[in-house]
Structures are given as structure tokens and as C-alpha cells.
Design a protein around this ligand. Structure first.
Ligand SMILES: Cc1cc2nc3c(=O)[nH]c(=O)nc-3n(C[C@H](O)[C@H](O)[C@H](O)COP(=O)(O)O)c2cc1C
Length: 184
């Protein structure tokens, strides 16, 4: 099974970037084929139906759509921006949703977040569920949110809190089982 991994933070040193790395390592140990997608390589103009209908889809949208066609699952770590998720991803999501057949449909999706706050960015994930579910993806019910992310990682990028590290591994394991059971 192939899974695409995304961090929705574009910045260097991102806590969500660190979290998705841990998730990738965890899933690879289970024999899953992983590919990290760097969204800064898929920059898209603000969605405009006139562009779609005249110029057509931007190359970055075609390339990302092609990547999605190769995968059964998506693991995504998102910062919380104003209790929601970053706007650039909604724009990307909307462009991709214009292809037929729907590239987001039937994907098994794991949502994760990291934030310096005590809530760990979890409120943003509830917003992320909506477009995925609207487009026919299967969002795994268990979401993982890392609170106090500025103090959560060791120098080498592991989680300092062993219980939290175990919970993350358990979440990845049950998500992978969910994704395999859904395989289309
Ligand atoms: C526009 C903006 C809005 C933010 N809103 C929230 C918020 O609602 N909740 C929160 O916990 N953190 C919020 N933050 C702080 C982010 O959690 C913090 O910058 C975090 O480091 C972003 O994730 P990253 O490290 O993966 O880039 C916001 C940051 C920005 C830039």
C-alpha cells in the first residue's frame, strides 16, 4: 500500500514537519510505502474557474493529481491557523477537487496537528475533515494532536514524552489497518 504524507506548514523547522517525519518512520516500519509531498513544490494560483476553463489546470495541479492517483492513503500534519487550517491548502484542495474522477475520493486519511498551545492544534483538524468527507475520502476517526510542540521534540527529532510517542505509534498502526481494510 502507498501513502502520501503532507505537512501543511511551509516553514523551515516546522513542528508539523517534525511530526510528519515521525509518522513516516512509524508507518515505514510497518512495511508501508511512503512519499513525503513538499507542498511548496506545488504552488497554485488562487482558484478561478475562468483559468480552469481557458488556460486549463496549472502544471502543479496536474502533478499533484498524478501523485494522488498512485496512493491509497494520505497522512497530513497541519498547523492550526485561527482555529482552522492554513488557507493555502484549501486552495490546493479546491483545485484538485475539480478533476474527474475525484482524486480525493476513497482515500484513507489520517489527520495530525502540532501547536505550541495546550490544545495542540486539534480545532483546525475538525475543519479539515469537512472538505475531505465532502469529496468522498474516509477520514480515520482517531486524530492526533501534539500540544506544547515547541518543547515536545528532542534534538534528534524524537518525542521527549515516551507515553506520547507510544500513542503516536498506536495511532499510526490502527490507521494503517483501517487503510488496508478499505483498499479499493
Ligand atoms: C496566521 C496564524 C494563525 C495562528 N493561529 C493559531 C491558532 O488558532 N491556534 C494555535 O494553537 N496556534 C496558532 N498559531 C500559531 C501556530 O500554532 C504556530 O505558529 C505553529 O508553530 C505553526 O506550526 P508549524 O510549526 O508547523 O509551522 C497561528 C499562527 C499563524 C501564523
Amino acid at each position: 500500500m502507498k501513502v502520501l504524507a503532507f505537512s501543511l506548514s511551509l516553514r523551515q523547522g516546522s513542528f508539523n514537519g517534525k511530526l510528519i517525519q515521525l509518522v513516516i518512520e512509524s508507518a515505514e516500519k510497518l512495511g508501508v510505502e511512503l512519499e513525503l509531498i513538499d507542498l511548496s513544490a506545488y504552488e497554485l494560483p488562487a482558484y478561478n474557474m475562468d483559468i480552469q476553463n481557458t488556460v486549463g489546470f496549472p502544471k502543479a495541479a496536474n502533478d499533484l493529481k498524478d501523485k494522488l492517483e498512485t496512493a491509497q492513503g494520505i497522512m497530513l500534519a497541519s498547523p492550526e491557523y485561527n482555529f482552522s487550517y492554513p488557507g493555502h491548502f484549501k486552495n490546493t484542495f479546491d483545485w484538485i477537487s475539480r478533476y474527474q474522477p475525484m482524486p480525493w475520493a476513497n482515500k484513507a486519511v489520517l489527520l495530525l496537528s502540532a501547536s505550541p498551545s495546550l490544545v495542540g492544534g486539534n480545532r483546525g483538524l475538525w475543519h479539515l475533515r469537512v472538505p475531505f468527507e465532502a469529496c468522498g475520502a474516509f477520514v480515520y476517526p482517531g486524530m492526533f494532536s501534539l500540544a506544547s510542540a515547541h518543547d515536545a521534540f528532542t534534538e534528534s527529532g524524537a518525542l521527549k514524552d515516551e507515553a506520547m510517542a507510544k500513542r503516536l505509534e498506536a495511532t499510526v498502526l490502527s490507521y494503517i489497518r483501517f487503510a488496508e481494510a478499505l483498499k479499493f
